[in-house]
Design a protein around this ligand. Structure first.
Ligand code: THU
Length: 145
């Protein structure tokens, strides 16, 4: 949380939900027909969106969250505060393991909300979703010389 008034915070979450839902409508998911959109907020108030992009060679497909990360990183963003994931199912989708690890690269304080078009919602921090992620220290400690 940024420390702003609760109504201001909720209004900001509402903007992020609208962005994620709009991104979801752009999803390319002809195989699963499961549409996902993401809105990733930076600490300086920018918002980067993403949607899932599937492929006829199934493993080539990429999740909405990692498209949003790439979108943000290419613009120089490295510090993220909130993420909204919107999906087309009847229950809110939990970010997949690969996306959790991808997000954790940039910090685990991230506040996450997952929503459906019908208003269902789940909330977590990234630390709750992935408490013991692989990190740079693990890589350095294990690297052979
Ligand atoms: N998907 C996402 O975009 N994000 C997730 O965190 C979970 C799954 C996408 C990948 C694939 O296009 C579809 O949902 C079904 O797995």
């Amino acid at each position: 949380m940024s420390g702003a008034e609760p109504e201001v915070e909720e209004a900001r979450w509402g903007e992020l939900v609208a962005c994620a839902v709009a991104a979801m409508r752009g999803a390319y998911a002809p195989y699963s027909r499961f549409l996902v959109g993401a809105a990733l907020e930076t600490d300086d108030g920018r918002v980067f969106d993403g949607c899932n992009v599937e492929n006829s060679s199934y493993p080539v497909g990429i999740c909405a969250e990692r498209v949003a990360i790439g979108h943000a990183v290419v613009s120089g963003a490295r510090c993220f505060t909130r993420l909204v994931v919107a999906s087309s199912g009847s229950a809110p989708a939990s970010p997949c393991g690969m996306c959790r690890q991808a997000l954790a690269e940039f910090g685990t304080d991230l506040e996450i909300r997952s929503v459906t078009e019908t208003g269902e919602e789940l909330r977590w921090t990234l630390d709750e979703l992935l408490p013991a992620h692989f990190r740079l220290d693990d890589l350095v400690a294990g690297a052979r010389r």
